[in-house]
Design a protein around this ligand. Sequence first.
Ligand code: NAD
Length: 481
Amino acid sequence: MDLVYESLYIGGKWVAPASARAIEVVSASTEEVIGRVPEAVEADIDAAVAAARAAFDDPVGWSSWEPGERAAVMERLAVALDARAGEIARRVSSQNGLPISIANAVEGGFPQLILRYYAGLIRTAVLDEARDGLLGGKVRVRRTPVGVVGAIVPWNLPMTLAAFKLGPALAAGCTLVLKPSPGTVLDAQLFAEAVDEAGFPPGVVNVVQSGREGGAHLVSHPGVDKVAFTGSTAAGRQIAETCGRLLRPVTLELGGKSAAIVLDDADLTANPQDLFLSTMVNNGQTCHLTTRILAPASRYDEIVETFTGFAASLAVGDALDPATQIGPLASAAQRERVEGYIAKGLAEGARLTTGGGRPAGQSRGWFVEPTVFADVDNHSTIAREEIFGPVLSIIKYETDEEAIAIANDSPYGLGGTVWTTDPARGQAVASRIRTGTIGVNTYTVDPAAPFGGVKDSGLGRELGPEGLTAYQALQTMHLPS
Ligand code: NAD
């Protein structure tokens, strides 16, 4: 075993954990144990919240600093992450199967982009605005940090999704307790080292590797002022219920089952990389992927053939191999779940055009072949539920109106794409889809633009200037004229 850790990062120090419990990490590609970190139990989480609370409540502490002073520390964190980018990407890739070429680009770089973006934003943000009241007095409207944040992230893009929360929270002046998923705890240790090197005041950022129970403890903790969660819709509902009872602000980034609407004039050969990134990236383990492909009846057979050929052409292999496009799924349980959906698709009458099994030549690792189903009914299980694996469902439509109706007939509303050679037509269709984000002939997540979902895909937005407001509370101060 390579990476064995004995301490947790709480209150600006590496501290001994309260219990002997540990989280063991297994490589998704080789099934070998590659590391171990202490598991934070309730006492550790209490200590982390207390440290974040003390750091926030300090009258001359982080939350009272000038925005430019906070921005400088955030930029130092970005530099410290730059220095560890390759190793962070390698650890994420080993743990969850994210192909290393993508891990380098996303997990190795996106967090720094977000930190630098919010550092820049907070330097020029208007945090204190003077207004004339209508009743003769003056008014100051202050944007103050919301307080101690409990940030809970999943395993699929752990560092990036942590940065979605850290960037705006730190810029606003909040302090945090970050709870990574038990599936990705080794990258979190490197992240804590970078936090330590950046020189935050003690307690501003704390990291507690823990499971579901630890997450639930953090969500309901009396010392936490706001919860920011990315993960499954099922867990999001439970968290929302707790936060509702406590009247605690919460941001929820949940699951998806987005649609790619291929219009009858589309040229699918124009952007093969965009098509890959928007349908299959991270082995299908990405929340916004368009896993329902809506194909016009007039070009149905050709589009089925295109997606079948595209999926069959993807290079499947060890996640650490730079040539790999599709790595293993993150865990044995995840593979079992995906295989269950493939069996369900067959049982419900969908037509398998490629994949469906485990790739030949991979004796170890939790691999599933890139899989395409044609003739899928939008009401079948594989069209309604999030599979979180490399499985696409092709659904036939007759008219643009029908395509829009099918795209909207989903419990989710997170991503989406429209493919067409007519950009105006594409945007007109895109604007009628009930979803938080959508692309025309491309799809991306940009730090400067709000990201999030509607319906079962979540509440609130991360990223962009809009993402900052989730970490700010308004205080109105009335003054005589
Ligand atoms: P998960 O919901 O099982 O776990 C996510 C995190 O929450 C983990 O850290 C877990 O330990 C914790 N957790 C689980 N139950 C909890 C509870 N009741 N209270 C507090 N914490 C709890 O999800 P996962 O399997 O780790 O991740 C996959 C899911 O995440 C997919 O549904 C995917 O769509 C979603 N996701 C959403 C986005 C987005 O931005 N919308 C991005 C990535 C992943």
